[in-house]
Design a protein around this ligand. Sequence first.
Ligand code: TRP
Length: 327
Amino acid sequence: MKNLMKKMTAALLGAALLTASFVGCASNAEGDKKLNVGIVQLMEHPSLNTIRESFLEEMKALGYSEDDITFDYQEGQGEQTNLNSICQKFAGDKKDLIVAIATQSAQAAAASSKEIPVLFSAVTDPVAAKLLSDPEHPDKNSTGTSDAIPVDQVFQLAGKLTPNAKTFGLLYNSSEVNSISVINEVKAYCSAHGIQVVEATVTNTSEVAQAVQSLIGRVDAIYSPIDNTVASAMPTVTQLTREAKLPVYTGADSMVADGGLATVGIDYTVLGKQTARMADKLLKGTPVSEMPVEILDNFAVVINQTTADALGITIPDELSSTAQIVK
Ligand code: TRP
């Protein structure tokens, strides 16, 4: 009895706080219940963390406070089975929205429920990932932001920084759909431009070191797409390739911050914020089908000065004045 009283008091207090907290705050379509959002992230690596942090920051800026929204954040340690159970739990909890960071999380979220809208973030190729058939007209309860990247521009950059590189090692996880899409484009580009490629694929982070070693002495440079497995092993890649004086071109800025030589890519802080603006619309009732995928097309050249120095590469003036140089 005492316990029941306690519970009731707590419930009443909760209700009172909730009512009070909605005054002057952003609210959901009904405006009367606390929103529950599940965030599922493939794994923790710098770029995915940046996306999540800037997403949360922008949600705050849009007026969502702890009183009117709960974010249940879970990460899958790179394992599909973890992602599936996280998303099944979210579905069981009847979340108002699932925010899924990176391709495999989005696939797990989409498979977990037909009712709960899935807002994906940083999915390189949502069509290849089978999240929808047409990015302009989402038809499967998932929409979001995409980080499709310009393959030709990064190879043109390589032509300026390391003009003698004629053979590229392709380092990626062969089970990441996001990487395969980019790698297919890379192969087409290279064959059209007389660049040789040697593939070194991995299936998890523990294989990355060996894959890099297999390329040393056989290639002039390495290219790695927006690959989560390689991104999370970037410190190892950097150590091995600096020693071997092998330039590494990447799909993402964080991989350059972690020691890759250069990239032409998007800003993931911007992407996280854009994802939050889409979340706001979905939470206010806009149907998924009316929200096309938003693809970022503002690309920046990013070059790592420490790596350039370690490899004895001089950054040409035309680049040092326009590129973002990181240490
Ligand atoms: N685009 C990746 C995907 O579709 C996720 C991603 C975002 C990523 N930023 C990255 C991967 C940086 C590697 C490095 O899953």
